[in-house]
Design a binder for this molecule. Structure first.
Ligand code: PEP
Ligand code: MN
Length: 338
């Protein structure tokens, strides 16, 4: 249930709404907007409570039941778009944010040269996985803590913010020392212990869409992070499983519009994991920008043929530079920059 306060409602009036919600055994979360406060009343039993118990209180403008299964991620709770700041970059602002780097951290040299190149060409956040969730236990699993050290060293030397995947809540203390953004991978979108752990953290998070998750389930997963008090969630569409097998996954371009219609959270696109092949990455990246994505996260490697993971879908330096040039006029055509 959403309780919208009147413009200028006092703190005492807001507190009374919160107290009444607690009296009924519900939890609350406040969205303090530019001109009004919205109180989300959360609990599985809100459906049985009449809206009047809140509507009658002083300072209340309206009370609405949210029939959607997600609440905190919904536009009803927070009508203004969320912007997530990462260093100089603002995801959800007018400028499209490009995050780029290798799939996994393989060595300091590879990470450093990639970070230097992609940042020179317009990427403002560097990606690189230390903990890799691989489909096969026999595939390269990432360098783990050693990878984090390499990432941290590059971050301090070049002053560039980094995004890296967390696969287990136990990694949280170590990982937050070295990264600016926590990535929750597609395979972990419904790992509720992990979502709760990231919800407790003060770091922004990139929440990838599960390979077989609906947009609704994805936004419910976002609710887990938001409910923990972490408001800095960036959604990432990375392709879903369909019957089509000529790409690794099917990029769901509609998801960008569906998210924008229903949620205040920014949404970025990962064309690399959807495409599965470097030759298709530009097509998907251009489509994402044209469709209104707030950013891209792209795999780039200095020598894709010898990458330890996802080489086939990684852009070489030359291909990344070309893509960035192609994206600029597209971004300006829709009133944005890159
Ligand atoms: C990745 O970003 O390298 C990754 C494993 O992505 P996803 O979780 O989308 O498969
Ligand atoms: Mn990858």
């Amino acid at each position: 249930m959403i309780v919208e306060m009147r413009r200028g409602a006092t703190a005492v009036e807001i507190d009374a709404v919160v107290a009444r919600a607690h009296h009924y055994g519900f939890e609350t979360q406040l969205n303090v907007g530019t001109d009004k406060v919205v109180v989300a009343v959360l609990g599985s039993e809100t459906g049985r409570t009449p809206t009047d118990v809140f509507a009658i209180l002083d300072g209340v403008e309206s009370v609405t039941r949210i029939m959607r299964p997600y609440k905190l991620a919904s536009l009803d709770f927070k009508p203004e778009p969320t912007q997530v700041r990462i260093g100089e970059a603002v995801v959800g602002g007018p400028r499209i944010v490009v995050m780029a780097g290798p799939c996994s951290i393989e060595s300091a040299e590879i990470l450093m040269s990639t970070a230097r190149f992609v940042s020179k060409h317009g990427a403002t956040v560097i990606r690189g996985g230390a903990f890799k969730p691989r489909t096969s236990p026999f595939s390269f699993q990432g360098l783990g803590n050693e990878g984090l050290q390499i990432l941290g060293a590059m971050r301090s030397e070049l002053g560039l913010p980094v995004v890296s995947e967390i696969t287990d809540p136990h990694q949280l203390d170590e990982i937050v020392e070295h990264v600016d953004v926590l990535q929750i991978g597609a395979r972990n979108m419904q790992n509720y212990a992990l979502l709760r752990a990231v919800g407790q953290s003060s770091k922004p998070c990139v929440l990838k869409r599960g390979l077989a998750a609906t947009v609704t389930e994805w936004l419910q997963a976002a609710d887990y992070v938001l409910a923990g008090g972490n408001a800095q969630v960036i959604l990432c569409e990375r392709g879903i499983r369909t019957f089509e097998d000529s790409t690794r996954f099917t990029l769901d371009i509609s998801a960008i519009g569906v998210v924008k219609r229903n949620s205040h959270l920014p949404v970025i696109v990962d064309p690399s994991h959807a495409a599965g092949h470097y030759a298709l990455v530009p097509t998907l990246a251009r489509a994402a920008v044209a469709a209104g994505a707030d950013g891209l996260i792209v795999e780039v490697h200095p020598d894709p043929a010898n990458a330890l993971s996802d080489g086939l879908q990684s852009l070489s330096f030359a291909n990344f530079a070309r893509l960035m040039e192609e994206l600029r006029p597209l971004a300006s055509a829709i009133g944005r920059s890159i």
